[in-house]
Design a protein around this ligand. Structure first.
Ligand SMILES: Cc1cc2nc3c(=O)[nH]c(=O)nc-3n(C[C@H](O)[C@H](O)[C@H](O)COP(=O)(O)OP(=O)(O)OC[C@H]3O[C@@H](n4cnc5c(N)ncnc54)[C@H](O)[C@@H]3O)c2cc1C
Ligand SMILES: *[C@@H]1O[C@H](CO)[C@@H](O)[C@H](O)[C@H]1NC(C)=O
Ligand SMILES: *[C@@H]1O[C@H](CO)[C@@H](O)[C@H](O)[C@H]1NC(C)=O
Ligand SMILES: *[C@@H]1O[C@H](CO)[C@@H](O)[C@H](O)[C@H]1NC(C)=O
Ligand SMILES: *[C@@H]1O[C@H](CO)[C@@H](O)[C@H](O)[C@H]1NC(C)=O
Ligand SMILES: *[C@@H]1O[C@H](CO)[C@@H](O)[C@H](O)[C@H]1NC(C)=O
Ligand SMILES: *[C@@H]1O[C@H](CO)[C@@H](O)[C@H](O)[C@H]1NC(C)=O
Ligand SMILES: *[C@@H]1O[C@H](CO)[C@@H](O)[C@H](O)[C@H]1NC(C)=O
Ligand SMILES: *[C@@H]1O[C@H](CO)[C@@H](O)[C@H](O)[C@H]1NC(C)=O
Ligand SMILES: *[C@@H]1O[C@H](CO)[C@@H](O)[C@H](O)[C@H]1NC(C)=O
Ligand SMILES: *[C@@H]1O[C@H](CO)[C@@H](O)[C@H](O)[C@H]1NC(C)=O
Ligand SMILES: *[C@@H]1O[C@H](CO)[C@@H](O)[C@H](O)[C@H]1NC(C)=O
Ligand SMILES: *[C@@H]1O[C@H](CO)[C@@H](O)[C@H](O)[C@H]1NC(C)=O
Length: 658
């Protein structure tokens, strides 16, 4: 369990770094960290904790408080640390010295990684230059694994500043660190996370948390930052009779922060249960996904992913490690189930509810304008889908659909009239194929009547995992060529013929305007569970029947001016859906960085409470991410020719005058 390292080496490094001469042996703090039991059944890596006693020992050994204090907990430092100033950047006299970073690395048990951009092997001016490696990276660039397994890379590199993109994806012919962090802690236990949080807070460094890097707005990047990478916190445990603080007794799964959707689904299958996760194979179930609410192919049945959480372990901004549940630290527990990632702490694990094994049917099909007699017949087929969404959701199903205009059935080519509709997958939990067919029959009758040809492909398994695995191929990511915005469309819209017609017209208009749509029929209120009001999930999710993402594309070599104009165009186009559903909101984890009235749209009536808790638990603003709670108090002084906070490629400073 302990990360052992040569304590002699540590002593040597300490001696050279801070001039310690008493020759006392200091092992890495993660090896020295106290083994503390806190949660009911902590993972072993959660029992390796930084304590006051460990820090006291460090302080004695180093004999220089200006150094040892940089690792102290907030409550152990007798200063009013709530003044905010620009975060310290590399090159500043206040930036920790190389020797200080070396000491930090030793204390971490050598888990500190100096960031090298993923595509650096493609550039001769980097020591990593390697043509063969570049070929591999370029070939795999759009695969999510490529980015999730890298300490710093994010899957939407636009928000890093697209400063180091491989050939074919590049906008410049250079490679720079840009909006990537300066250093990454490859976390393997709680003590390392505590140490990183204390160090960043005490040294006024920008702090980011990266899990998989899936975030739509690049929230896992930050120029000049210290990053905590949670990807390898991979433990899982199953409890057949878990007694939760909220009274729930039943099966549950505990997942480390680094656990991804496919791992959780496989593990659940092995234990004959079902858990909620996203449709995407590699999204971080234990990270930003659940923190932001988390919609699932099972949401129309069981609600949001955040609703499933029974307990969580968290390292707070002050460096302290806690277990939060509905009776202890219940305000933190509330905030971190819906209020989003990177707000007041680093979650190290979640305990989530598990449900019985669930027979599930999936249907995949598509039709293009060429499968219909003409374009108007094609659009009638799409309209009919929207006419039936209420019935589909009320039956507990979920659908992930695309609409666009392209011979390839991906995205929209400007000016193209090659319209297509694609049901990536329609998921009918707890239904047989026959039941699913009869649910779909009214829609398919319309398609038949319009002489649209389509070939539904049905899959059924006696468990959710096996159906899901066939229905959702691994996601494509990695380009800096798209901008999206989204809106949750409530039940009232689908119940009103007028508003439904306007929603349909908006779909057609988007495609005719060369935008594309990736949408879902899904609800945050599951039909098989009682409605929830004890999490901070955006309330609009509870009434929603659809989550509609609209986007635009540009070429990889597009100028920032094009990026700027195209982005604004999507944001402005979305006014159509905003006006149809003015009281609703937008899903923060798949939302628009430029969303107007952003706090209201992403957090709704929960925002005042979320903001107050942010001030309470993170008074100095240690945690920051674009669009996160409290982000409006800060600005990224973007160095690219776009407005501030359009990406992470700049220094983070308090908004002047606040
Ligand atoms: C291809 C694709 C498919 C998707 N499918 C779905 C889907 O089916 N359903 C759905 O709801 N969403 C989906 N999403 C959106 C997804 O929920 C968000 O991108 C989410 O932020 C991903 O979280 P992550 O931890 O994997 O990613 P990251 O980008 O690494 O993290 C996201 C945010 O959470 C913070 N964070 C991560 N881990 C922690 C932690 N342990 N403690 C504190 N903060 C943390 C990060 O700092 C960052 O701010 C999808 C996204 C993509 C790109
Ligand atoms: C602190 O140092 C004392 C004396 O060397 C030792 O007994 C104790 O185990 C140390 N505690 C920790 C948590 O390292
Ligand atoms: C303590 O460390 C700081 C930073 O390295 C250094 O400037 C200072 O001189 C040291 N103090 C002593 C007493 O050695
Ligand atoms: C710290 O803040 C408290 C309350 O705001 C104040 O009373 C106190 O004087 C401050 N102390 C210092 C050292 O600034
Ligand atoms: C992309 O990189 C290639 C190879 O380095 C270079 O020739 C090309 O000019 C770059 N494209 C742009 C738009 O800078
Ligand atoms: C991070 O840690 C994991 C597991 O501990 C290890 O497999 C991986 O190689 C490390 N990655 C880097 C870049 O250090
Ligand atoms: C709730 O969390 C506290 C720690 O904050 C823990 O002591 C308690 O056992 C937990 N309750 C349950 C039922 O797990
Ligand atoms: C569309 O459906 C047809 C028939 O099922 C299938 O062969 C084809 O692969 C599908 N196209 C896409 C892009 O999924
Ligand atoms: C699944 O369907 C059966 C039979 O209709 C029903 O009894 C059961 O409650 C359903 N389960 C869920 C989770 O909806
Ligand atoms: C398009 O096709 C539909 C269905 O076949 C038909 O009813 C309609 O008249 C056609 N419209 C035009 C403009 O050709
Ligand atoms: C559909 O096609 C059939 C046979 O080709 C034809 O008889 C019928 O009129 C068409 N229906 C429409 C609505 O176009
Ligand atoms: C949540 O729902 C419960 C039961 O339905 C109700 O008693 C409680 O007042 C609600 N709480 C809030 C904050 O709305
Ligand atoms: C981008 O590349 C395309 C060719 O792929 C070229 O036609 C276009 O002019 C380039 N645009 C810019 C802004 O360089």
């Amino acid at each position: 369990m302990k990360t052992m390292m040569a304590s002699g080496l540590a002593a040597l490094v300490l001696t050279t770094v801070v001039g310690v001469s008493n020759a006392s042996v200091i092992p890495s703090l993660t090896a020295a960290a106290a083994i503390v039991s806190s949660a009911a059944t902590p993972f072993s890596r959660e029992r390796v904790q930084l304590t006051d006693e460990v820090l006291a020992n460090l302080s004695l050994t180093i004999g220089n408080s200006s150094i040892s204090n940089t690792f102290q907990f907030a409550d152990a430092i007798h200063e009013n640390g709530s003044q905010r100033s620009c975060k310290v950047m590399p090159g500043s006299p206040l930036w920790p010295s190389d020797r200080h970073w070396d000491l930090f690395d030793v204390l971490l048990g050598h888990r500190l990684v100096k960031t090298v951009p993923l595509a650096a092997p493609c550039f001769p001016n980097w020591p990593e230059y390697d043509v063969d490696k570049c070929t591999i990276i370029t070939g795999d660039w759009m695969t999510s694994n490529t980015h999730m397994n890298d300490p710093a890379s994010i899957m939407l590199p636009l928000y890093e500043g697209r400063t180091c993109m491989p050939p074919g994806y590049n906008y410049t012919s250079s490679c720079e660190l840009g909006g990537y962090p300066a250093y990454v802690v490859n976390a393997s236990n709680v003590a390392q996370i505590q140490l990183a949080i204390n160090f960043a807070r005490n040294q006024n460094l920008r702090l980011v948390v990266k899990n998989t890097g899936h975030d739509f707005n690049g929230k896992a990047a930050g120029k000049g930052a210290l990053s905590i990478w949670t990807h390898w916190l991979k433990d899982m445990a199953f409890y057949s009779h878990y007694h939760a603080a909220n009274g729930y007794v039943g099966p549950a799964m505990k997942v480390g922060a680094g656990i991804q959707v496919w791992e959780a689904y496989e593990y659940a299958k092995r234990h004959d249960v079902t858990v909620l996760g996203g449709e995407a194979v590699t999204v971080g179930l234990g990270g930003g996904y659940t923190a932001g609410g988390g919609h699932s192919p099972l949401s129309s049945l069981y609600g949001m992913a955040a609703d499933q959480v029974l307990a969580m372990e968290v390292v707070l901004a002050n460096g302290r490690f806690i277990t939060a549940n509905s009776t202890h630290h219940s305000d933190i527990f509330w905030m971190l189930r819906g209020g989003g990632g990177s707000t007041i702490g680093v979650v190290t694990s979640l305990t989530i509810k598990a449900y019985p094994k669930l027979p599930t049917t999936a249907v995949t099909f598509n039709f293009t304008v060429h499968d219909a007699p003409n374009a108007s017949a094609f659009w009638q087929g799409v309209r009919s889908y929207l006419d039936h969404i209420e019935a589909f959701v009320d039956a507990g199903t979920y659908g992930y659909y695309y609409v666009g205009a392209s011979p390839l059935e991906i995205g929209t080519d400007p000016g193209s009239t090659d319209y297509y509709f694609r049901m990536e997958s329609f998921i009918a939990p707890n239904m047989t194929i026959a039941e699913t067919k009869s649910l779909l029959a009214p829609w398919f009758e319309v398609l038949d009547h319009q002489n649209i040809s389509y070939t539904p492909w049905y899959n059924h398994a006696d468990n959710f995992h096996d159906t899901w695995a066939v229905a959702f191929p691994q996601e494509y990511v990695g380009t800096a060529m798209v901008k999206t915005a989204s809106r949750l469309m409530p039940r009232s819209v689908f119940q009103s013929a007028t508003l439904r017609e306007r929603t349909f017209a908006a779909h057609q208009d988007a495609i005719e305007q060369s935008l594309f749509i990736a949408g879902f029929h899904v609800s945050g209120t599951g039909i098989a569970v009682s409605p929830r009001n004890d999490t901070s999930v955006l309330p609009a999710w509870r009434d929603a029947l659809a989550h509609v993402i609209v986007g635009t594309q540009w070429t990889s070599n597009a100028t920032w001016e094009t990026v700027y104009n195209s982005s604004l165009r999507v944001t402005q186009w979305m006014d159509v859906l905003r006006e149809i559903a003015p009281e609703s909101g937008a899903y923060m984890s798949e939302g628009d960085l430029l969303e107007p009235n952003q706090q209201q749209a992403f957090y709704g009536t929960n925002y005042p409470m979320l903001y107050a808790l942010k001030q309470k638990y993170d008074p100095t603003g240690l945690f920051y991410a674009l669009t996160a709670v409290g982000a409006e108090d800060w600005e990224v002084q973007t160095t690219d020719p776009v407005p501030y906070s359009w990406n992470n490629n700049g220094r983070l400073c308090p908004v002047p005058g606040l």
